[in-house]
Ligand binder design. Structure first.
Ligand code: FES
Length: 86
């Protein structure tokens, strides 16, 4: 019997949150969390920077708040790793 999978995202049922593989962040442009992380690592600080790094543009804008949140989280984690958070 094949492993059970989530019907909406194909993640194996019972997978550990945060360790499930690629997540599509922007449906219009099929941008993944990995592409977003790469863009932030290359210096993207705004959603428009992420779109530019991925050679696309915002379409519907639904993903913008999520991208802002992920940029903030990624940058905070990087600063914490460097010991530069207050
Ligand atoms: S979901 Fe990203 S522009 Fe539409």
């Amino acid at each position: 019997m094949p492993p059970r999978r989530c019907r909406s995202c194909s993640v194996p049922a019972g997978a550990e949150p945060g360790r499930t593989g690629t997540v599509i962040v922007c449906l219009c442009n099929a941008l993944t969390d990995a592409q977003l992380a790469d863009a932030v690592a290359q210096g993207a600080t705004r959603p428009r920077d992420v779109y530019a790094a991925c050679d696309c543009k915002a379409q519907c804008g639904t993903c913008t708040k999520m991208i802002v949140s992920m940029i903030r989280d990624t940058r905070s984690a990087a600063l914490a790793a460097e010991g530069r958070l207050p």
